[in-house]
Ligand binder design. Structure first.
Ligand SMILES: [Fe+2]
Ligand SMILES: [Fe+2]
Length: 472
């Protein structure tokens, strides 16, 4: 694979390091024998009954940070390619599947299929789309003719570094594409339903500590969740709610962007978490809270972000009913002897904006306002951030934690600050709202957040209600 551009950008960011630099750093490092161990745990606390409202952690990334070497980065991309290739290989559409280095033995106009990672994409003067596709054996050029309108429209949305299958006819050092195959979820999966009527609510992006934090609205939400306010129907929903998912950006953080201090009402990050803890402590302990971090939370920004368990967020330990997982993470809820439960894929969503801006059909449909389309796009690619540029990440040589290997029942993201719910092939797609008021700057940038909405998912019917606490 041609990694040089990606490697140089990671070296610049300090995410990758050369072997000589690593050697030098190791010799300078202090021994860490007495390093303080965090008290926060990623497992459920003892006070919670394990028979009701079960939570099982299916995927939680907890490997410590370390500098990665260039070889790690190469293994990371090779492993990602192999995992996605394995998924695509099972597709019946790919007849005469060969590796790229075998293409040269094909005579002209022979049918062939290959699987590869897109390392470049461009358009000819005549608007045909040209791709460079690479596998572990070599690379080739793919041409998608503008005369095949349907295929050309699909190809316009292709992004760099995604892995695809291509069927076509061979030419000299080129494959003329007839069809494209994505890893996708290729079967209509049955919509799983809980035998009992229970609900889960989904929130995120409280940004506590920001001057625009919607304190009254958040308090109203907590009162509703505890059955203290709302219509009879709303009280019933709250009563049935057993799970509260929080997908990141719990606090506004400090130093997230230049001159952020002037936007803060609480300038100490510990105090921001303490204030949030006070709110969350009021939630009835029979409701279980599942928390992953976002890009404003304390901790590293590279994804996967480990669970929030650092000293800054220590106050969250006081919550007897909370568990903390990485971003992304998969948790299974509500399983019993008779029911396998729901797999919930939680991802804060740092990469979402890249695809809102760079996928032509999503951009034309409204960009960030169509987060449902972005989530569907990521499921089709079976990856939370297929393009190298779309997030900051850990180049883990053993596994790619951003791969969507397990197809979830529920896929929830935040970060965009808009509340949406949709469905794609048996997966419920949810994007959570925020608890910061709409600012002039957001209006100027054409963003339209939808603050103070709560998504309530009925696990028995799989129907979604959005409760609106915003009344400005
Ligand atoms: Fe946010
Ligand atoms: Fe965010």
């Amino acid at each position: 694979m041609n990694y040089s551009e990606k490697i140089s950008s990671l070296l610049k960011k300090g995410i990758l390091i050369s072997p000589e630099e690593l050697e030098e750093q190791l010799s300078q490092e202090e021994p860490k024998a007495n390093a303080k161990k965090s008290n926060l745990e990623t497992t459920p606390r003892k006070e919670i009954s394990e028979t009701q409202n079960k939570i099982k952690i299916i995927f939680n990334y907890s490997k410590p940070s370390k500098k990665r070497l260039i070889e790690d980065f190469v293994s990371f991309f090779n492993n990602r390619f192999k995992s996605l290739e394995k998924i695509i290989r099972q597709r019946p559409e790919l007849q005469n599947l060969i590796s790229i280095n075998k293409l040269k033995f094909k005579s002209e106009k022979e049918n062939a299929s290959i699987i590869g990672m897109i390392s470049s994409k461009s358009e000819t003067k005549n608007n045909h789309i040209i791709l460079t596709l690479e596998d572990l054996t070599g690379c080739t050029t793919i041409l998608i003719s503008k005369n095949n309108k349907e295929l050309h429209d699909v190809a316009r949305d292709l992004v760099l570094d995604e892995v695809i299958g291509v069927s076509g006819t061979s030419g000299k050092n080129i494959l003329f594409a007839n069809s494209l195959v994505f890893p996708d979820i290729h079967l209509n999966r049955e919509l799983k339903k809980s035998p009992e009527e229970k609900c889960a609510v989904f929130i995120s992006d409280m940004h506590v500590g920001s001057k625009v934090f919607l304190e009254k609205e958040f308090e109203k939400f907590i009162s509703w969740l505890n059955g203290e306010t709302g219509s009879e129907e709303q009280k019933d929903l709250a009563e049935k709610t057993k799970y509260v998912f929080i997908t990141g950006d719990l606090v506004e953080g400090v130093g997230v962007y230049p001159d952020q201090e002037s936007d803060l009402s609480i300038i100490d990050i510990k105090e921001q978490y303490r204030t949030l803890t006070k709110y969350l402590k009021r939630i009835n302990p029979d409701k279980r809270i599942i928390i992953c971090p976002g890009n404003h939370d304390a901790g590293r920004l590279d994804e996967p972000q480990p669970a929030i368990y650092n000293d800054f967020a220590e106050s969250l330990l006081e919550l007897p009913n909370a568990i903390f997982v990485s971003n992304p993470a998969i948790v299974n809820i509500d399983s019993s002897e008779e029911f396998s439960g729901f797999d919930v894929l939680m991802y804060h969503g740092y990469s979402l904006i890249y695809y809102a801006d760079n996928v032509p059909s999503i951009r034309a449909a409204g960009g960030q306002k169509r987060v449902d389309l972005i989530m569907k796009f990521l499921l089709q690619k079976r990856h939370l951030a297929p393009t190298h540029e779309s997030n900051m990440y850990v180049a883990d040589a053993e596994e790619d934690p951003m791969l969507i290997n397990t197809i979830p029942d529920i896929f929830v993201t935040g970060h965009i600050h808009r509340a949406t719910a949709s469905q794609y092939r048996g997966v419920t797609l949810l994007n959570t709202s925020c608890w910061g008021d709409i600012t002039e700057d957001q209006k100027k940038r054409g963003l339209e957040p939808q603050p103070a909405r709560v998504i309530v998912l009925n696990l028995q019917t799989r129907k979604v209600k959005i409760v609106n606490f915003y009344n400005k």
